[in-house]
Write a protein that binds this ligand. Structure first.
Ligand SMILES: [Zn+2]
Length: 507
């Protein structure tokens, strides 16, 4: 489950990619294909390849083992991107391979998508001042700093012009900067606006010094955090911004004094040009991109027509990584529960054998960062054999709170209410959930929201937040694996009900 801020950010970023395929499920007209077995009845010897065999294959013990592994400290909170997340992806892939699932993505089991990822190459990053042919090298992280926000590979050597606080009025007085650096007294109230104003004035870069009356924390307080972030690197949804940030260096007090000394005054006038050249070279590790993975497993349908209509079942397998104090966000419920629930569903499908329709299981990454993995899939949807998606059932945080409580969205009072929800409402009591509550408030907070943008009817099963949500205390021992197993059995029953005649509009 993504936090409020993260989904707001995601919503702002998205241009709705639409390949709408409205169909009968949207109106809730999916047909039942038979009576589901009553729950709780002993299933001593279920007939092979039956729904009963599938339900019997869902094992709370297997789920427990899987969560113990995926939510262990060794998996380091499965951050996007991280080495441990890639290990988790390979674990999931091997499991579905062993169960006989086919690859569910164009290039195999992994649907890969790129993120912007800027990580500073500290050894190759430098700055210098040239005065009368004499070069003074500046020490990174001591005399000059960079901001992770405006980080870009660059090399620029140019003259330096004093531009006061960089206000429009001051820049108008300074006149055209003609490719030189603007030396700016930072009062703590700049964002991208300053870059735009400087660019208009013809600056090629900026050098920031701290004004004595600046608001907010001193550079010296900000720099250590920024250094950490520059070294670790930070992922971002690929930017549509085509204008690169202007090269910008932040100078410590002593360094700024060194530079100002070349004016012959510590109090230069607007438009004064320093008697020196400033050089800045910033290098990044790698190519500024990182590839992330959704794991996609395909369970082909047996009916030549219906197999082209695929039911997606999704769960995110990423979480928040490691906290600042080194403790691991294990994410046992968020979303170890859904991740391992989906593995249990894979075992159920393997026991069930081929259904009429195809099923694709998608373990999504990047959810906690703002639904990035599902957004990437929705921007470029791909299913084997040119099949179409006719439904998405998404599970996230299904292992906590009361054993008989489970929420669903979209409910009757939601615009997107559909036949999947009707089926879930009807079948839930058979798995010990007498009445599904409303998760409508969480409609935009997990990956089904991205599948819904494609016009696919979706539903989201969720057992609500709790006191360990997004805390380092979301641990495996607190998980109710029997509850997860019953949610998975409910999903299996829903899939079984969705084997009827075509859900797509007849053209
Ligand atoms: Zn979450």
């Amino acid at each position: 489950m993504a936090s409020m801020n993260q989904w707001i950010a995601a919503t702002l970023l998205i241009g709705a990619a639409a390949t709408a395929s409205a169909h009968a499920l949207g109106g809730g007209a999916a047909r039942s294909t038979g009576d589901a077995a009553a729950v709780g009845a002993p299933l001593a010897a279920p007939a092979p390849r039956s729904l009963e065999a599938a339900l019997a294959a869902v094992s709370p013990d297997h789920i427990r083992n899987d969560i113990d592994y995926l939510a262990s400290d060794e998996l380091a909170g499965r951050d996007t991107p991280s080495r441990e997340q890639r290990i988790a992806a390979r674990f999931l892939r091997h499991r579905v391979q062993r169960l006989g699932f086919a690859p569910g993505a164009k290039d195999g089991y992994f649907f890969q998508y790129p993120l912007d990822f800027k990580q500073l190459d500290e050894a190759k990053t430098k700055a210098w001042i040239d005065t009368d042919g004499e070069r003074t090298e500046l020490a990174f992280a001591k005399e000059f700093f960079l901001s992770p926000r405006s980080l870009a590979a660059t090399r620029l050597e140019a003259g330096v012009v004093f531009c006061g606080t960089g206000s429009k009025e001051e820049l108008a007085k300074v006149g055209p900067l003609n490719g030189r650096y603007a030396l700016v007294m930072d009062k703590g109230d700049f964002g991208r606006r300053l870059d735009n104003a400087l660019r208009e004035a013809g600056a090629a870069g900026s050098l920031m010094t701290r004004a004595s009356d600046a608001r907010g924390p001193a550079y010296e307080e900000i720099f250590p955090q920024q250094l950490e972030s520059l070294r670790r690197g930070s992922p971002a949804w690929p930017s549509a911004e085509t204008t690169p940030a202007l090269p910008r260096a932040y100078l410590t007090k002593e360094c700024a004094a060194k530079l100002l000394a070349s004016f012959g005054s510590s109090d230069p006038a607007l438009g004064d040009e320093l008697d020196c050249k400033f050089g800045l070279e910033v290098a990044l590790q790698g190519d500024g991109k990182v590839w992330c993975e959704n794991v996609c497993a395909f369970w082909p349908g047996s009916d030549p027509v219906l197999a082209q209509e695929t039911i997606i079942v999704s769960a995110h397998y990423d979480h928040l990584g490691i906290a600042g104090d080194g403790r691991v966000f294990n994410g046992a419920d968020d979303n170890g529960s859904g991740t391992c629930g989906l593995l249990a569903l894979a075992e159920a499908l393997a026991a069930r054998g081929p259904l009429s329709r195809s099923v694709v299981l998608i373990w999504v990454s990047g959810e906690e960062k703002g639904l990035w993995g599902s957004q990437a899939w929705a921007a470029n949807p791909w299913l084997p054999n040119g099949a179409k998606a006719v439904a998405d059932i998404n599970i996230d945080m299904i292992g906590r709170n009361k054993p008989d409580s489970l929420l669903i969205t979209p409910t009757k009072s939601h615009d997107a209410y559909n036949g999947l929800v009707k089926i879930a409402d009807r079948l839930a009591p058979q798995e010990g959930f007498p009445k599904l509550g409303s998760a409508d408030d969480y409609w935009s907070r997990s990956d089904h929201a991205m599948f819904a943008r494609l016009g696919i009817p979706v539903t989201f099963l969720f057992a609500d937040l709790h006191e360990d949500y997004h805390r380092v205390t979301d641990d495996p021992e607190k998980i109710d694996c029997d509850k997860i197993a019953r949610v998975v059995r409910l999903v299996m029953r829903m899939i079984e009900e969705l084997q009827g005649p075509s859900l797509l509009p007849q053209s």
